[in-house]
Design a protein around this ligand. Structure first.
Ligand SMILES: [Zn+2]
Length: 122
């Protein structure tokens, strides 16, 4: 899909060793997000809804959540990790795994800042 920002990124993205999967692309968020350990989990083909992803891919997704959560806690020691899928800006099925390092803000306020790249530097 030529007009999809995520598909364009995937066309040149080199998978991270140890984070290579059949149905999903896992890639770190941009450094400008000021959030070490922030990762995107993106459907490897262009999908716009959960129903377009098959059962095998969802099984793999569960394994990714498990291993990526462990990796983030081990390497970055956040207080908490949020997972969210919104896909309003880019209509390609994807999830944000967003570590939180400070006691506040929390929840949706924190996620809003993180996703928009408005967190202050740590
Ligand atoms: Zn796409």
């Amino acid at each position: 899909m030529i007009d999809c920002k995520i598909c364009k990124i995937h066309s040149t993205f080199e998978p991270i060793p140890g984070l290579q999967f059949e149905n999903w692309i896992v890639r770190p968020a941009e450094l400008e997000k000021n959030c070490p350990g922030y990762y995107y989990i993106e459907a490897s083909g262009h999908s716009t809804s959960y129903i377009e992803v098959n059962e095998e891919a969802w099984k793999e997704y569960g394994k990714i959540i498990h291993s990526l959560t462990g990796l983030i806690y081990q390497n970055y020691s956040p207080l908490k990790i949020y997972t969210v899928s919104i896909a309003e800006m880019v209509p390609h099925l994807h999830f944000h795994m967003v570590p939180r390092y400070t006691p506040s803000p929390t929840g949706m306020e924190y996620l809003s800042l993180a996703i928009k790249g408005e967190l202050p530097p740590l």
